[in-house]
Design a protein around this ligand. Sequence first.
Ligand code: GLN
Length: 202
Amino acid sequence: MTAPRIGVLALQGDVREHLAVLESLGAAALAVRRPGELATCDGLVIPGGESTTMAKLARIFELFEPLQERIAAGMPTFGTCAGMILLADRVEDGAPGQETFGGLDVTVRRNAFGRQVHSFEGEVGFAGLDSPVHAVFIRAPWVEAAGPEVEVLARVESGEAVGRIVAVRQGPLLATSFHPEVGGDVRIHRLFRDLVASHTTT
Ligand code: GLN
């Protein structure tokens, strides 16, 4: 089997960290800035960063519509933090006129944990993994509401936000509020790599 070809949207944000994790898992990883690069991908990671900036840059780089089309056509896509916002069909507390690629039948709340809570870390149980993941949240969104096709994979387990949804899957779309590319735990990326591989061979 050839290695799945997994792009990382490289307009802004923590691109390099995702590329390094994907490469360590044996994927053929590439930075995606052009429609021609997107066209070669079996799957895509949309990294953390700033969702409004990434959406604007996607327009400027003429990637916005190609991305929407590939996602709607079932390309496995993994959004982390700002990437989760960009995959969401609906955004609360977004910037005026904020656009998303959409695809995930969820409402996300941007900067949901409060403006003063810039970042925090915690353990969360994750469906399909046999021990908790160490989750790093940086001005993170949460999923305020999820449609019937959406599988909840993780929720905040303590503190004021206990019970809030922070990881979801809907078919080939995966999203986390937190940043699994930092901290050395590659298990969620491995789940995504396997998701891409299973889509590529069927
Ligand atoms: N708060 C950012 C946004 O709205 C996301 C932060 C992140 O990706 N770490 O896009």
